[in-house]
Design a protein around this ligand. Structure first.
Ligand code: DX5
Ligand code: ZN
Length: 211
């Protein structure tokens, strides 16, 4: 299982230090939530923010674009240091074009789906993308409650995609429910408030040890 702490819940006044602490504690990825105020009702930050920490961090930069028409900005986000770009199936009219654009720059491509979106919306891309991301909250904010109804979607995608495919689950995951989410079939776990709203080292170790 890969843990991808979401820096949305970090203290941005000491962002570099907090990301370093998560890395030292054993996180392998960093989840970077970009929001445009249109696809979701909130605005977070743009590429220039994580570009500042790119040189300081060896973490795999897992960029989650919650923006309309992601094809407009994919190249900018790759230039800023993304290792993987995940965009929403609901946000573009041409999913394949976005995947191809990301791959043409030598980066990994992920496709995300909202809690209400059925799995069949992403199944056609399962053998084209490198990862599928199941949202377990309504995107836009950290610190929300996990929506249990997405569990059958995770299991279904695991069954369809095989045991090694990357399936990330994002939203509402804490020490108390991480094992249940992994048992459904997730192998990449995003945790924002459960990492950064508390002792970061203890939280990362606690999440990794809760399986
Ligand atoms: C929500 C974001 C999530 C968020 C998760 O729209 O995509 O990545 O940061 O935060 P927690 O883990 O607090 O639910
Ligand atoms: Zn996210």
């Amino acid at each position: 299982m890969i843990l991808s702490p979401s820096m949305l819940s970090a203290d941005f006044s000491i962002l570099g230090e907090q990301v370093e602490e998560a890395e030292r504690a054993g996180a392998q990825w960093l989840h970077i939530d970009v929001m445009d105020g249109i696809f979701v009702p909130n605005i977070s930050f743009g590429a220039c923010v994580y570009k500042c920490i790119r040189e300081k961090s060896k973490l795999f930069f897992d960029v989650h674009l919650m923006i309309t028409k992601p094809e407009r900005y994919i190249e900018d986000f790759i230039s800023a240091g993304a290792d993987m770009i995940t965009f929403h199936v609901e946000a573009t009219e041409d999913v394949q074009k976005c995947i191809d654009l990301i791959h043409s720059k030598g980066k990994k491509a992920g496709v995300a789906l909202n809690p209400e979106t059925p799995v069949h919306a992403v199944v056609p891309y399962a053998d084209k993308a490198d990862m599928l991301l199941v949202m377990s909250v309504h995107p836009g904010y950290g610190g929300q409650k996990y929506i249990e109804e997405v569990n059958p979607k995770i299991s279904e995608l695991r069954r369809l995609c095989g045991e090694d495919f990357l399936i990330e689950v994002d939203g509402g995951i804490k020490q108390s429910n991480i094992k249940a989410v992994v048992d459904c079939g997730a192998n990449v776990i995003v945790a924002g408030s459960a990492v950064f709203n508390d002792d970061i080292t203890g939280s990362v170790k606690g999440l990794l040890g809760a399986l």
